[in-house]
Design a protein. Structure first.
Lengths: 380, 41
């Protein structure tokens, strides 16, 4: 017959790299189920890794299901954009609109993206040359600091970075670790006096018309000034318009639930399917996880620093802790800030201020992605 | 490496300009559009 056993028995093609990937996939599934770490994403991603790495499975080969999903949803940038409609429909920008100044905290916290980009490029083609990071790879790695999975996927896909899967997994992993990463940095950078600052619970009342106009104004301003961010901000704000318009609840619900859920399953499986041993197991992957941690730390530090500046400028009316919520890991980061504030003073409720900075961070990270997409090709 | 430094500086500048403008517009909108009175009185 001329058929060797290796051609149809998967375990005969098993090697240590494949075995390691299978273990990584199973660990992600375990973390999702047993530890409830981002289960919505880690279970599909972990399953994707396991399925993609089974020898002779054929899912990632040309014509295979994962290869088709990658072409249809990742290479076209469609999945992250569709997810953004769901995210936009889920987010209530009310806390931000009641406290518009929090947008500056969201802006400052994006320094993690650019600081990390600089660091990655320094280790890569920029100077040291230790790692195989081009300018575009470094920009993609920097996007881990956006604390925003879809934006990370979108930018790394547009830049055709081969590290996209590692970047995405690092971004989602650290988002789940925000309660562990942020508090020590927040405490280190603030005095007890600053952490004790009480802020009013209620913000300024805003009209429903403002909430409806907000997504449209955001699309126009961001679209005209940072056009490369238009797909991201456009889909995000379209989802929010569905929510706030009040006349298409059916569509808003569908975007938040059915669509977001279906695309999350497909995105998770596809990202997992991109993590095949031959492409994933490199020293660069380990470094991406190390640099990713730095990205989240820089985000937090930059947000708190601007918070401290606001504390000084306002004569002590702003609690600098809320700056840490400027990253777009929503609503985790706002909750962390609220908790740290409560630990200092059980009567201090920073949640709504932090939620304002947090939702502003969502917009800021999208703008940062657009800025990266605009600037990197100019300098390449 | 100077290239990367330029991208960092320009990137942060773009973010602050875009979001600063958005902040200005939202403050203006908040002043122009007063909250609706829900009880209708």
């Amino acid at each position: 017959m001329g058929i060797a056993a290796e051609d149809f028995l998967g375990f005969l093609a098993l090697n240590w790299q494949i075995a390691l990937m299978l273990v990584i996939g199973l660990i992600l599934i375990y973390l999702g189920i047993a530890k409830k770490v981002e289960p919505v994403l880690l279970i599909p991603i972990g399953s994707g890794i396991v399925l993609a790495n089974i020898p002779l499975g054929g899912l990632v080969e040309s014509g295979g299901a994962f290869a088709l999903l990658r072409q249809a949803g990742i290479d076209t940038e469609l999945f992250p954009l569709l997810i953004f409609i769901g995210i936009g429909a889920m987010i209530d920008f009310g806390p931000f609109l009641e406290r518009p100044y929090t947008i500056l905290l969201g802006a400052a916290a994006q320094f993690g993206i650019f600081g990390t980009f600089f660091l990655a490029y320094l280790f890569g083609d920029g100077w040291l040359g230790i790692l195989d990071f081009s300018l575009k790879d470094a920009a993609s790695i920097g996007m881990i600091g956006s604390a925003d999975g879809p934006t990370s996927i979108y930018v790394s896909t547009v830049f055709e970075s081969s590290y996209a899967p590692a970047i995405v997994v690092a971004a989602y992993s650290y988002m789940a670790l925000v309660p562990i990463i942020q508090p020590p940095i927040m405490r280190l950078m603030t005095t007890r006096e600053e952490r004790l600052v009480k802020m009013p619970i209620k913000g300024k009342k805003i009209s429903q018309r403002t909430k409806i106009i907000f997504p449209l104004v955001t699309i126009l301003i961001v679209g005209f000034l940072a056009p490369k961010a238009t797909p991201l901000v456009g889909f995000l704000m379209f989802g929010n318009l569905l929510r706030e318009s009040g006349v298409v609840n059916r569509l808003s619900e569908a975007a938040q639930n059915e669509m977001a859920n279906i695309v999350t399953i497909l995105l998770g499986l596809t990202v997992g399917g991109m993590m095949v041993a031959s492409e994933f197991l490199k020293p660069e992957t380990v470094m991406i996880f190390v640099i990713g941690l730095i990205a989240f730390s820089l985000d937090t530090a930059a947000g708190v620093l601007l918070g401290k500046l606001m504390y000084m400028v306002t004569g002590g009316k702003v609690n600098p802790l809320i700056g840490a919520a400027g990253i777009s890991a929503f609503p985790m980061s706002a909750r962390v800030v609220h908790k740290v504030g409560l630990e200092e003073n059980p009567h201090n409720h920073l949640l709504m201020h932090a939620a304002g900075a947090n939702t502003a961070g969502q917009i800021a990270s999208v703008v940062a992605g657009g800025a990266m997409l605009m600037l990197v090709p100019l300098f390449s | 490496l100077l290239t990367a430094l330029w991208i960092v500086l320009l990137g942060m500048a773009i973010i602050f300009v875009v979001l600063g403008l958005l902040l200005g517009v939202m403050i203006l909108l908040n002043r122009l559009l007063k909250p609706e009175n829900k009880d209708g009185s």
